[in-house]
Design a protein around this ligand. Structure first.
Ligand code: FAD
Length: 526
């Protein structure tokens, strides 16, 4: 039977949930396909908080300045203005919908994080901000009768007809069979691709599927070389790289080497509060200098009571691993964390392919430039999720979903819920060792050769998506012969604005090119 709806959203993180609410408000039928449980996403694990201009001593210009500075010359200024100015409205709306941000004497509490010039980070239940926002959004979406949320519905590819995205191929969770669903428009909200790397703070769902699907469907990809590595992921044998939030250093946490020395003064005058990319590279340099596999985060200046209240989730997780954060030094090392690049979109989530929209971490509006400012991405999901929903409706009012027949490709596509283990392992190791925090032409070429070799096997769709995405990151990293933000080339260690203040653009069949602007003329409305 042919499945049909008005709008399809892929992913149920902050961006997908917010987009679904925007669409449902117009009375449209919305089908949200999501890979795992409804709340399994990067959004769910966000700890530190969400940046917003709401405190008395803050203003939009300051937040914009901080975002532009962190973005190292590559932010799209209009996207930044949209994020910051619209952001306040969407956070206020979230509060009206029941999100419980932390308060003292009834007033919202704002924290300061690295590279923010003001205290502007709202948090919830100490260090469970994402979980609380997702809870509130799922509850709000649940009030909309036209939203159908389908968990465990892994999507693998998009359906394109006559140059327009008209639907999605997915694994039906009940039938355990491939199916097609058609709609007026599809909004990708599939999040990032931290899982491309051996060590990551991201949950298993973050394999970047949406980026690969968009690329194969013919949409342009932008700035794929820019990956943010978080400096302080808990580094214990046989445990996932659990994030120890930036806010811990914001609260005075100190980084020490294996000999117990505070070492950041060797690398940056801002010490532990230097930008993430600098702290990550400093940790790698210090580990190499001392021949160790971790450095240590020291929170022992605080009382156990304070830390337990301020970082309850981190406190409990460390306790599970026999670490008391008020007494023990916490072994940490960097891990992949956030993709600045993604599917190229305008400020309304339109991709370069008609009928296809993208919002949140899967998208690249240029809002983060070469390096994301901490706590700007939950805000991004809210703002651009809502805008993509609104644009999808406005652009497709006259479009009718009719006369689509299941394609032969659907009947043939291989059933794979995730990339094959062997492919995943090889790609993740190569990405970590050769396309990671420190890159050079030789390591990148070797990684690309390995990916090309993997591609020659008869791969299922998920595996093909995974290795293709790795290639896109490595190709862009090899192309950009400078260092900027999250991209560091040891053979080109300087930033070179004369030649490289441009975005990388990749498209199937068209290789890699550059663009001075991220924004573009949208496809025609129908
Ligand atoms: C540990 C951690 C801490 C963080 N802390 C913060 C913070 O404090 N502040 C901040 O602003 N940001 C933080 N971030 C980043 C932030 O959480 C994410 O960038 C943001 O939540 C992304 O939202 P999203 O909706 O775009 O994607 P996600 O929240 O990742 O949602 C993606 C959705 O797509 C689904 N999906 C993926 N592939 C498929 C597929 N093939 N088919 C169907 N569904 C699919 C997933 O299951 C998921 O539901 C943190 C990230 C991590 C990992």
């Amino acid at each position: 039977m042919l499945l049909e709806t008005d709008y399809i959203i892929i992913g149920s993180g902050v961006a997908g949930l917010r987009a679904s609410i925007e669409l449902a408000r117009t009375g449209a039928r919305v089908t949200v396909l999501t890979k795992d449980k409804a709340n399994e996403s990067n959004s769910e694990y966000a700890q530190g908080g969400v940046a917003v201009v709401l405190s008395d001593d803050d203003n939009a210009e300051l937040h914009e300045e901080d975002t532009l500075y962190a973005g190292a010359g590559l932010c799209d200024a209009e996207a930044v203005e949209t994020l910051v100015v619209d952001g306040t409205k969407y956070i206020q709306e979230l509060i009206e919908w029941g999100t419980e941000f932390d308060r003292e004497s009834g007033r919202l509490v704002f924290t300061k994080e690295a590279a923010h010039s003001r205290r502007r980070i709202l948090h919830a239940h100490g260090d469970s901000t994402g979980k609380e926002i997702v809870r509130a959004l799922i509850a709000r979406a649940g009030q909309e009768k036209t939203i159908l949320l389908m968990p465990f519905a892994n999507t693998e590819s998009l359906i394109v007809e006559n140059g327009r995205c008209v639907g999605v191929r997915f694994l039906d969770p009940i039938l355990r069979a491939p199916r097609e669903i058609f709609a007026r428009a599809v909004i990708l909200c599939t999040g990032g691709a931290g899982q491309l790397f051996l060590h990551t703070t991201n949950p298993p769902v973050a394999t970047g599927d949406g980026m690969a699907m968009a690329y194969f469907a013919g949409a342009e990809m932008a700035d794929m070389e820019f990956v943010q590595f978080h400096p302080t992921a808990l580094n214990l044998d046989d445990a996932p790289r659990f994030l120890l939030s930036e806010a811990m250093r914001g609260e005075g946490g100190i980084l020490r080497n294996a000999a117990g020395e505070r070492f950041m003064s060797r690398y940056d005058e801002k010490l532990e509060l230097a930008p993430r990319d600098i702290v990550s590279r400093s940790i790698v340099a210090e580990m190499r200098r001392t021949g160790t596999r971790a450095v240590y985060l020291d929170m022992t200046a605080h009382t156990e009571e304070f830390l337990k209240n301020r970082f309850p989730k981190i406190y409990e997780t460390c306790k599970f691993y026999d670490l008391n954060i008020a007494e023990d030094l916490l072994p940490v090392s960097p891990a992949s964390h956030y993709c600045m690049g993604g599917v190229r979109t305008d400020l309304h989530g339109r991709t370069t392919l008609a009928g296809l929209y993208a919002a949140g971490e899967v998208a690249c509006t240029g809002v983060h430039g070469a390096n994301r400012l901490a706590s700007n991405s939950l805000l991004e999901g809210l703002v651009f999720g809502a805008r993509a929903g609104a644009a999808a409706v406005a652009d497709s009012l006259k479009f009718r979903v009719s006369n689509f027949k299941p394609t032969s490709e659907t009947r043939n596509f291989k059933l794979e819920t995730e990339p094959a283990t062997a492919v995943r392992k090889r790609v993740k190791r190569a990405m970590w060792e050769r396309v990671g925090i420190l890159r050079d032409a030789d390591s990148l070429r070797r990684a690309l050769r390995e990916f090309e070799q993997i591609e020659r096997a008869n791969l299922g769709t998920s595996s093909r998506n995974f290795v293709t995405l790795a290639k896109l990151v490595a190709t862009a990293a090899l192309w950009r012969e400078e260092s900027r933000g999250g991209h560091f080339r040891t053979d080109f260690p300087e930033r070179d604005d004369k030649r490289w203040q441009v975005h990388s653009i990749q498209k199937t069949g068209a290789g890699i090119s550059s663009s001075e602007r991220m924004n573009f003329a949208p496809a025609e409305k129908v």
